[in-house]
Design a protein around this ligand. Structure first.
Ligand code: XMP
Length: 518
């Protein structure tokens, strides 16, 4: 089921740039709705999408490459403003009969450009002014297509920006979407507001209003089931649906026994207690522990947990009676990863938050957050009145503490990890770091070390503390937590968690390590 609730849309055609998502982020920050689609989106689909403007992204190719990505030629005849960025500009030039010079050397990094025309794209930047921009290109424009004028030039690129103002075709050789181009947001804003005539009306309040309305209409009298984990995405999904269909929504919280201390209780309190949702807690701790008995291989653990989760969820859903839809908290980056650049026909990674459930249960999917980035989801959460604690929660893996207990999972080892993890969370929060780092947690290692407590020799467990800084979990660096905070964490764990006599801090980045230890 697709929910389409926006009137002013910008279309971003993706030619494979590592910055394409950033373009979308910037457009959204300017409060205009946009979507990323593959470069080969059909003309008919583009027309159906009915954009107020089109942005052609950069890309790693040269237009002279054998397999260079080309968008539909008819694009150029549309009565819609177009902005080409880097490869997008070169593609535009090529398509309109200009000449792109093949160059072996890349121009890379901060470059000064001189603004020659500040009427449209560079409005407010000052004619004759030098501005810093970020360049990363090989080829450049040798001859502009007919009707175009240069808007700015740099030492190596006489045509650093160009336009056919009458036909509203613009191109920039640099990347306005990256932070290294300080005036980038202004330039993108000029394109959106001055050239495309958009309004800054994409707010999370408008998203909530429109989404609730269309969910209500589309779902009608049917019932919806939603798996609730207490994570940001599933929580916001559930509250949004609850606002739309109230009692026709049933949520299931599976306690797999691998949650953090008090987690299930806290989730119940918020959603059942505060929102009055129809929320069913299934305590399956024993069940999961039994199936994980003696299992030490990380992938086996994941498989077992995934399989049993589906089994339990399905059982409970059947018990609750007939539902037509299953709600999931899929986010936009997952959707882009699935369809962008290579196009919808390429083999894609499937992103099922609750792996495979719809197939098994014959349910249709509802994914009300599939157009949103994570920070937008958090804004929606705030808009819906979710507690800040929940909205700002760090990510927590589906398999839970199972992938943070190296080796065998037992009730006793879970208790040790829970106690240590609660201390890490507590200290990180007290130091004001919880919302600054991406994730911070404890890991229980499968080794014992010798220690001394009082006059006694001890031979006990080691806890590793992991904290990373990251933007998207694809890459991460270990957080530079102040020594005093690490010291307090270590003291508290060793003094109060029975069975632990040593704490170490993980100083590995991703890659080559990963964030989780398993
Ligand atoms: P890694 O360890 O691969 O983690 O660097 C990247 C991000 O994904 C989370 N993670 C998982 N989430 N199921 C999940 O739902 C999993 O099996 C899983 N493994 C890792 C991890 O916490 C981090 O945010």
């Amino acid at each position: 089921m697709t929910v389409n609730v926006y009137d002013q849309k910008i279309l971003i055609l993706d030619f494979g740039s590592q910055y394409t998502q950033l373009i979308a982020r910037r457009v959204r920050e300017a409060r205009v709705y946009c979507e990323i689609h593959p470069f080969n989106m059909s003309l008919q689909k583009i027309k159906d999408f009915s954009p107020k403007g089109i942005i052609l992204s950069g890309g790693p190719s040269s237009i002279y490459d054998d397999n260079a990505p080309f968008a539909e030629k008819g694009l150029i005849d549309l009565e819609v403003p177009i902005l080409g960025i880097c490869y997008g500009m070169q593609f535009l030039t090529h398509l309109l009969g200009g000449v792109v010079a093949k160059s072996g050397d890349r121009e890379y990094g901060n470059v000064q450009i001189r603004i020659e025309d500040e009427r449209d794209l560079f409005y407010g930047l000052g004619r004759g002014e030098q501005r810093t921009v970020w360049m990363s290109h090989g080829d450049r424009i040798d001859h502009m297509p007919e009707g175009f004028e240069a808007l700015a030039g740099s030492k190596n690129s006489p045509v650093a920006a160009m336009a056919d103002v009458e036909r509203r075709r613009f191109g920039v050789q640099f990347h306005p979407e990256v932070a290294h181009t300080p005036d980038g947001l202004k330039i993108i804003g000029n394109f959106l507001f001055r050239i495309c005539g958009c309004d800054p009306s994409w707010t999370m309040a408008s998203f909530v209003r429109k989404t609730v309305k269309s969910l209500k209409e589309d779902i009608g009298e049917e019932r919806v089931i939603c798996g609730l984990s207490g994570g940001v995405d599933s929580s916001v999904t559930a509250v949004l649906l609850h606002g739309a269909i109230g009692e026709k929504l049933s949520c299931i919280l599976v306690d797999n026994g691998l949650l953090r201390r008090n987690e299930a209780r806290e989730v119940m309190d918020v959603f059942q207690g505060y929102y009055g949702m129809d929320l069913h807690l299934v305590d399956a701790s024993e069940h999961f522990l039994k199936h994980l008995d003696g299992v030490t291989d990380p992938e086996k653990k994941r498989k077992i947990i995934g399989r049993e989760f589906i089994r339990i969820f399905e059982e409970k859903a059947k018990e609750l009676g007939r539902a037509k839809y299953l709600a999931q908290g899929t986010l936009y980056p997952d959707v882009i990863e699935s369809v962008s650049f290579k196009g919808p026909s390429a083999t894609i990674k499937s992103h099922h938050n609750v792996g495979g459930l719809p197939d098994v249960m014959n349910l249709e999917l509802i994914e009300p957050l599939r157009e949103l980035f994570k920070d937008e989801v958090r804004e929606v959460g705030v808009e819906l009145g979710l507690p800040r604690e929940l909205v700002m929660r760090q990510p927590f893996p589906g398999p839970g503490l199972a992938v943070r207990i190296l080796g065998e999972i037992t009730g006793e080892r879970l208790e040790i990890l829970r106690a240590a993890d609660a201390i890490v969370r507590d200290e990180i929060k007290m130091a004001g770091l919880y919302e600054k780092v991406w994730q911070s947690f404890a890991v229980l290692l499968p080794v014992r070390t010798v220690g001394v407590m009082g006059d006694e020799r001890t031979y006990e467990n080691v806890i590793a503390v992991r904290s990373v800084d990251s933007l998207d979990a694809m890459t991460a660096d270990w957080s530079k937590i102040p020594y005093e905070v690490l010291g307090r964490i270590s003291n508290r764990i060793i003094n109060s968690v029975k069975g632990v006599n040593r704490v170490v801090y993980d100083i590995s980045s991703k890659p080559p390590s990963t964030i989780e230890w398993e």
